[in-house]
Design a protein around this ligand. Structure first.
Ligand SMILES: *Cc1c(COP(=O)(O)O)cnc(C)c1O
Length: 222
């Protein structure tokens, strides 16, 4: 079954999830093959690489930043980025807002939540994210929209653990919606979780957006 059909199949009880094709390290020719097949959403984890691809590729592509981002590089993607999945600190969000103002646009963002056991992964803790959304510092950022949450599960074969981590993220997502911690203008609807190794478990837990690389483009050589 193709990845697209599988995503439809595994999310059949909910709104079908969308597919972000993660093309980091892959040449433009590989991306163009996916583009010709109809793919319009691509994910990259380095701003410079994404910007080079954006410059050369068709302009109807939606570019997703999914990797840890240095604040001094935000300005390069601010004119065109479609969705930043990896907002992992208040300082980063503040910089995104500043660059959005300069470009006279609103930039869509997801808060990255730390759900894995590995301490090396980035993101807000549950409570930290709730506290932050209540601050005036956050509420004054008028050029960003928080469209939802993103999380990465622990890299493990233990499916029970991965399932638990995704379920935790879903419950935080539901809590933020239920308590209306974000006002309407944010359109808080997206839950970005699931990669090649765990997207079926993510879809079962209510993912609305999966980020898939190697299952589409093959293994990466670094
Ligand atoms: C690389 C990457 C992916 C895709 O990983 P695959 O295992 O190749 O599907 C998804 N999300 C993030 C944040 C990544 O860095």
């Amino acid at each position: 079954m193709s990845i697209k059909k599988e995503i439809l199949y595994y999310s059949k009880d909910v709104k079908p999830a969308s597919l972000v094709a993660v093309s980091k390290t892959k040449p433009v020719s590989d991306l163009m093959e996916a583009y010709e097949a109809g793919q319009r959403h691509f994910g990259e984890n380095k701003i410079q690489e994404m910007t080079e691809k954006w410059e050369t590729m068709p302009k109807d592509i939606h570019w997703h930043m999914i990797g840890h981002t240095q604040r001094n590089k935000v300005k390069y993607m601010a004119p065109y980025v479609h969705l930043i999945h990896s907002i992992d600190s208040p300082r980063l969000l503040k910089e995104v807002n500043k660059q959005a103002v300069k470009n006279d646009r609103v930039i869509n963002c997801l808060l990255q939540i730390h759900i894995a056991e590995e301490s090396t992964k980035f993101g807000f803790d549950h409570q930290e994210s709730l506290d932050y959304l209540a601050t005036d510092d956050f509420k004054n950022l008028e050029h960003i929209q928080i469209k939802g949450l993103m999380g990465m599960a622990t890299f493990t074969n233990d499916e029970v653990q991965v399932d638990r981590e995704f379920a935790n993220l879903k419950s935080l997502f539901d809590l933020i919606k239920k308590e209306q911690l974000l006002d309407e203008r944010h359109h808080f609807t997206e839950l970005s979780m699931g990669m090649t190794g765990d997207y079926k478990i993510a879809l079962k837990n209510g993912s609305t957006m999966v980020r898939i690389g190697s299952a589409i483009f093959g293994a990466r050589n670094y």
